[in-house]
Design a protein. Structure first.
Length: 222
């Protein structure tokens, strides 16, 4: 039985998409099951193939990557499909929108091939791709967004224990499990358990969504 990570590529530039495909096809544990040139095709392919991961461009004609991400992550049948968004430093204004839409992280275009492959494997495994420097930009984008006050805070925050609130605060600052364990004098396994409980109580898909929730709720002010 194959244990390959099944990927749908979404990129409107055919040459760039072909380059991504050649890179992924050369890896024994990665399998490209579909290619899309716009968001509408991406949603259709995700529903057809139910891949482990969608590698999503943002700026595309017709339906863009933000709307496509939102539709994929809102589809209950695709609860096991993760979205990794591609962006650039010049498009920071899209980063928060992509993550709030349900993406599990983002990758900068023009990076090393090894970084892309590592990111795909990381996100497909259920982790998030959100470094502390990225968290800082995410927070700044959120605080400057005029629509922030209209965004409802999810239910479940009152169910968190004091320890879980501490863990959530550190997650929102971009800390990984090992760093949280060191800060709170806990074992990494205990931290992992706390994070799992927080995800369940807040009905969040992953750690990236926890960051957004934390700042919406004012739990982790900058």
């Amino acid at each position: 039985m194959s244990s390959s990570i099944r990927v749908v590529l979404v990129e409107d530039q055919a040459i760039v998409r072909a380059g991504f495909r050649a890179l992924l096809d050369a890896e024994p544990d990665l399998e490209v099951v579909g290619e899309a040139a716009d968001g509408r095709q991406a949603v259709a392919l995700a529903r057809e193939y139910r891949p482990d991961l969608v590698l999503m461009d943002i700026r595309m004609p017709g339906m863009d990557g933000l709307e496509a991400t939102r539709r994929i992550t809102a589809d209950g049948a695709l609860s096991n499909t993760r979205v990794l968004v591609l962006t650039t430093f010049e498009l920071d204004e899209y980063v928060f929108g992509a993550l709030r839409a349900g993406a599990s992280g983002f990758l900068l275009k023009g990076g090393e091939a090894s970084e892309l492959l590592s990111a795909i494997r990381l996100v497909a495994a259920g982790e998030s791709l959100l470094a502390p420097s990225v968290t800082k930009r995410l927070i700044e984008a959120y605080l400057s967004a005029p629509e922030q006050d209209a965004t409802p805070v999810p239910d479940g925050l009152d169910e968190l224990s004091p320890r879980e609130l501490e863990v959530l605060t550190l997650v929102a600052q971009g800390s990984n499990n090992r760093e949280i364990a060191a800060a709170l004098y806990l074992s990494p396994l205990t931290v992992k358990t706390h994070v799992s409980h927080i995800l369940a109580k807040l009905r969040a898909r992953d750690r990236v969504q926890l960051v957004v929730i934390a700042y919406q709720a004012g739990i982790a002010p900058p």
